[in-house]
Every structure is written in C-alpha cells, then in structure tokens.
Design a protein around this ligand. Sequence first.
Ligand code: ADP
Ligand code: MG
Length: 333
Amino acid sequence: MGSITLEHVNKSFGGHQVIPDASLEIADGEFVVFVGPSGCGKSTLLRLIAGLEDVTSGAIRLDGADVTEKGPAHRGLAMVFQSYALYPHMSVRDNIAFPLRMAKMDKAAIAGKVADAARILNLNDYLDRKPRALSGGQRQRVAIGRAIVREPKAFLFDEPLSNLDAALRVNMRLEISELHQQLKTTMVYVTHDQVEAMTMADKIVVLNAGRIEQYGSPMDLYKRPANRFVAGFIGSPRMNFFEGQIASRYNAAAIGVRPEHVSVSKDGGDWRGQVGVAEHLGSDTFLHIHLEDGSLQTVRTGGDIALSHGDDVWLTPDPSRIYRFDSAGIAIS
Ligand code: ADP
Ligand code: MG
C-alpha cells in the first residue's frame, strides 16, 4: 500500500517561503505528476515527501501514518533522479543489488530480485557491464531497477528523463508508464514538461510559485481548467487569450480558446487577421495569425492547408469551447 497525504505543508528556506500551504491526497497505486515551470517548488515538494527535506509546518502521512518526523530511510519510498547516481566501479548487477546488500538480505534472495528487475527493465544482457558502457536510457533503467528491488510503497521520480534526447525520452516515458501498469505501485513524478504530464498521469498537480493551482485528471485539466494559469500551461500549442473588447463581448475580463478550437477561412468569420508564420508539421499546420487588435494567435489546422505568410484570413472560435476568466484569472463557469 502507498497512499500519500499532505496536510497544510509549508516549507521555507531561511525566510524564503517556497511552499505556502499544500494539501493533497494521493491514492494507493496512482500515477501522479507534479508539473509547473522551473523553480515553482516541484522538487521541494517531492523531497518533503521523501523526507530529504523537513517541513516547516504541516504533516505528511503514508498509508495514514504520520511520517513527518521520520527520516528518508524509514519511509519506505524510493527516489529516482535526473542524474542516475550509479556507482561507476560496480556492474549493473551490483548497482541494482546495492540497497539489498546494505539491508543484509541473503544472496539467493538478492539474485532472485535482481533477476526479476532485470527482466522487467530489459537489462538481462547488460548485468555484467559497468555503467559507462551503457546508453543514457539504460543507465536510467538501472537506477529504476535499484528502486524496484526495494519494493517501495511508492516511487518518487524527479525529472528522470531530462538528460535523455527527445526520441529516447518518448521511449522511456512509455516504459515508465508500462512499468506502472505492471507494478501498480504509487508513483509521483516531477516534470516541467506538460506533454509528459498529460501522457503519463492518472492525476496531475499543477504548481505555480509553490501553490497547487489544480489537481485532477489530464482531461479534467484540459477541459475544465480552474484558472488562467492552468488553461495556459496545459495544452500544446498553448491556449490563445483575448482581453479588452473581444473579452467584454463575452462578459469576461479575458477569454481563452485553444488553437484546435478555432477555424480559419478566407471568406469571413469573427476576427480578421493575417498569416504570420505557418509551421508545417506534416500531420498538422500551426498558423500564427496577427489579428487586427495587434495580438498574435495560434490556430491548429490540417497538414495540407494552403495558406502562407501574408494571406488575409478570418478566425472563428467554436462557441462551445470558449473559456471565460474574471479579473483575478479564475474560470467563470
Ligand atoms: P522546481 O523543482 O520546481 O524547479 P525547486 O523545488 O527546486 O523548484 O525550487 C523551488 C524554490 O525553492 C526555488 O526558488 C529554489 O531556489 C528554492 N530552493 C530549493 N532548494 C533550496 C535550498 N536548499 N535552499 C534555499 N532555497 C532553495
Ligand atoms: Mg526540480
């Protein structure tokens, strides 16, 4: 079992408050992603759960038991970092076995657990190699293997894929999701990448300046963002925002429309503009349109759209997909 509860957790470094007041319930077996811009407190929140940092006030519970005063070794959690932190002089086998050796487990049991982890992670052929003879993705799998053999209550990942190139990152993302399906152990995963958050999470925690802006499933956040920050952070390309006259026509301080919910035409529509850059991705085209009000808005269209720089166009939002926000940026339902 591995449910995690944060109760009014506050964290300050010196006089600097990083997490003002975080409360959160993570159910056993869930894959929860903490996402937000760099410096918003994701790692700090994860390290508080791990016990690597002490809370300034508030409580942390694992399976209902208060662990706030317990050190990291007594929480039964396993952490995987961006830097693999492998022992360079040890083989893959010994790196994976290391925590079990430290716990003085007997040799046969260790061999069995290492074999299980190696099979799950496709590391069977590499057990006798040293880390330097592995690719970045394989090294990260070894680090994950070392976490798996401990059979933790939950895995805590801090941007584990940031050091990998783009293609490998997509692969490893799938592997970690697959691993979660197999192990069904609670996973808390930190990333600044909203695509990783959307594709991997059962639930996403969107953090902004140490505050939890919203907690919900990926599609919940996409369809019903609680505020302008979440609306702008979740979704790619990002949501278009309008203020002033366009927004006041909808009785809002600001409105938002996603690029996939705007149609473009040469023959008339709601908002007039001119094509700036057309980004052709093959499957899709992202048109960046300069509107008459001076704003630059993005429209997602099909791959074969016959529009280019300088064309005069009209944009029309899908009226059922317009998000309205008040002057504080809170979504108006
Ligand atoms: P993220 O992981 O979202 O990029 P962090 O949790 O690492 O953000 O950092 C959040 C804020 O806390 C930053 O302003 C950072 O400078 C500050 N911070 C993190 N760790 C420490 C520390 N040990 N001492 C002082 N400030 C820290
Ligand atoms: Mg971080």
